[in-house]
Every structure is written in C-alpha cells, then in structure tokens.
Design a protein around this ligand. Structure first.
Ligand code: ADP
Length: 306
C-alpha cells in the first residue's frame, strides 16, 4: 500500500540574476525544497504532497504546474480568489548574496484558514513535515489551529517532523517566536534544527544544549545540523554523530538544510536507521552545496552511487 508524505508551508516565486540585467524565474521555499528532495529520494511506494494556499492568477497556475511536474501532489493546495503567491529576489553585489521579499500578503498566509481542509489533509497522510517559517507566516490564531492539528497527528501515531528554521524578521516579537517554535517542537516527533540558528536565537552555548532543550520540550528524536561540521543525533536518548562530506568547492549553500532534511527522512522512512540516513543525507547535501540554486535535479544527486 502506498504511503503518504505531506509537507506544509509556503513556496514562492524566485527571481535570480541571469546577467545583463535579466532575471530568471524559479520556485522555491524551505518546506517545498524539502518535499522536492524527499520526492527525489523516496521510492515509488511513497507519494509526496505539498499543502499550501495559492491564488487564482497565472503565476499560481504556473507554480502548481511546476510542483506537479516535480512529481509532487497538488490536489491539497487551496486556491484563493484574488490572491497571489509570495515573491523573493536574490540580489548579487560583489559576490555577496542578499534577499528581498514580497510575501506579506501572499496566499500562503491563509493556508490554515480552512480548518476542515487542513484536518482532512493531515488525516490522509503518514508523515507530516512543517517548519518555523510555516508557523511564522500565519496569523497567530491560524498558527494555533495548525499546531492543534499537528498535535492531533502526533497523538494518532503519525511521524511529525519539524525544522525550526528560525527567521526573526518574520515574527512580530522574540517572545512570540520563542513560544511558537517551542510549541512546534513539543508537538513533533523529530526536530531538525540548525545549530547556528539555535545558538543565535535561543542562546544555546553547545549542540548538547540544543538537543536537551528540544528533548525537554517533548520531541522524541533530534537531529542538529551544523554545516560542514556534520550532524549530532539523539534518537530516543541514543546519541550519535555523523560528519559532513568533504566538498571540493562550495558553490551555493541555499537549501543545504532543506535537502538534508528531505534526504534524511526518505532514507529513514525506508530503513528506520538514523545514522545511515544521516550519512546518506550528508551525501545529498554535499551535492546540493556544489551546485547553484535551491532545487538540484535528481540526476545530479548521485542517488545511484554515481
Ligand atoms: P542550514 O542550511 O539549515 O543552515 P547546515 O548549514 O547545517 O543547514 O547544512 C545542512 C547540511 O548540509 C549539513 O549537515 C551538511 O551535511 C551539508 N553541508 C552544509 N555546508 C556544507 C559544507 N560546507 N561542506 C559539506 N557539507 C555541507
């Protein structure tokens, strides 16, 4: 029987420099990137769906077609009359990247505004993935609705996975950010934080501090990513460490963490072996940071040992 992986969040239109003042259009967003890599790494016995809200304009249509072409299910995506997708631009100045966002009124901010649709979607799947960005873009009462559904999914025995992906600019206050991200972790089974973010915004002075804070909240398994320094795992109390893979030339670290998460989950769902999954994911993430862009094609991920 086919099993179902659901990722919940916002996918945006991406504009990047294409030379001569031209802009290239793409689509990306943390939870979508993870769905992309999960799809690339999971076998045909798994379906991967994306849950978000989009508008009824041509750009929303194009995004749905793009998601569909990636082999990711779009039937749970809600379309809202008069709305449009969020947009971001990657600026390049003297080799340094910076980002501009136009997402304050994006359709995705309403993704949890239809509680019945949300419940139906979550009930129909085996694995639920979401992030701190998913929570940050929602009006506070919708974040509460989403978290209640997530807790329900965890209580029903589904594998709920959360990446805190802390982005202070998306939150109205530090207090709300700390409380909501902590609630996201408490409601989850696996939490996959990046140590840099946790140290900067929760004040953790070591990876152990991050692991223990999330374990104390009630998350069962923790995977702390630490860039080129590898990942620390704590699975039901069992500690392990998996190094990153050496990369000859780091080209673009966009979606390193997102790709790690997608590849890790795909392998873990297949084998229930978290250290093997982390080794596999380190290989995929190493390929991703060696290429430009958030979404690296399946053929370039070295999945066949090539
Ligand atoms: P995030 O993008 O969420 O900050 P990290 O920077 O921790 O996440 O990267 C996630 C994973 O990507 C790491 O665990 C590692 O496997 C891989 N990775 C990131 N940067 C490098 C690097 N410079 N060399 C090799 N692997 C890397």
């Amino acid at each position: 029987m086919s099993r179902r992986f659901l990722s919940i969040g916002e996918c945006m239109v991406e504009l990047s420099q294409a030379g001569d003042g031209l802009l290239r259009k793409g689509f990306a967003g943390d939870t979508f990137n993870t769905a992309w890599y999960a799809r690339a790494c999971l076998g045909p016995d798994w379906s991967v769906d994306y849950f978000t809200a989009l508008g009824d304009d041509a750009m929303s249509d194009e995004m749905v077609a793009f998601i569909d072409k990636a082999g990711i299910g779009t039937s749970l995506i809600r379309r809202i009359k008069g709305k449009t997708p969020g947009l971001y631009m990657i600026n390049l100045k003297n080799g340094e990247r910076s980002f501009s966002y136009w997402r304050d009124n994006s359709a995705a901010r309403s993704l949890a505004a239809d509680p019945d649709g949300l419940r139906e979607a979550v009930e129909s799947v085996d694995v639920v993935y979401f992030s701190g960005i998913t929570l940050a873009i929602l009006p506070q009462e919708d974040a509460t609705t989403l978290l209640a559904e997530i807790r329900r999914a965890k209580a029903a025995g589904k594998l709920v996975v959360f990446d805190p992906n802390i982005r202070p600019r998306l939150w109205s206050s530090y207090d709300i950010m700390h409380a909501t991200i902590s609630e996201g972790a408490r409601s989850s089974v696996i939490v996959m934080p990046s140590f840099d973010d946790e140290a900067a915004h929760f004040g953790d002075d070591s990876i152990e501090a991050t692991v223990h804070r999330y374990r104390a909240l009630g998350a069962v398994h923790i995977v702390v990513k630490n860039g080129a320094d590898g990942v620390r795992l704590n699975f039901a109390g069992e500690e392990s460490f998996v190094p990153a893979q050496k990369v000859e030339q780091v080209v673009d670290t966009t979606s390193a963490g997102d790709s790690f998460n997608g590849a890790f989950l795909a392998h873990y769902l297949d084998t229930a072996d978290e250290t093997a999954a982390a080794r596999f994911a380190a290989g995929v993430a190493a390929r991703v940071v060696s290429e430009h862009g958030a979404l690296v094609a399946k053929e370039k991920l070295g999945l066949d040992g090539g």
